[in-house]
Each structure stands twice: as C-alpha cells, then as structure tokens.
Design a protein. Structure first.
Length: 46
C-alpha cells in the first residue's frame, strides 16, 4: 500500500468530523487535505 493510500482513511475520518470542528481547525484541515491531494496528483502524474 502506498503512502497516499494509507492517508485516505485518515482524511475520510477527518472530513466526517469536519463539521464538528472550530472554523480555524476546519481551514487548517482543508489546507492539509489540499496539500495531500496535490502531492498525490503530482506522484500519479509522473
């Protein structure tokens, strides 16, 4: 299993709990998800 695949359940759990988090944590989490997705897409693209 790749590092990207290992991170997916963690992201899924984070998204499920997103609405319960304070706004600042939501923003930080979404930025982290965006970064992970960008890295995954870059890896897949090469």
């Amino acid at each position: 299993m790749s590092d990207e695949e290992k991170g997916l359940p963690e992201l899924t759990d984070a998204l499920a709990n997103l609405a319960e988090l304070p706004l600042e944590e939501q923003v930080n989490l979404l930025k982290e998800i965006q970064t992970k997705l960008s890295e995954a897409l870059t890896t897949v693209g090469h």
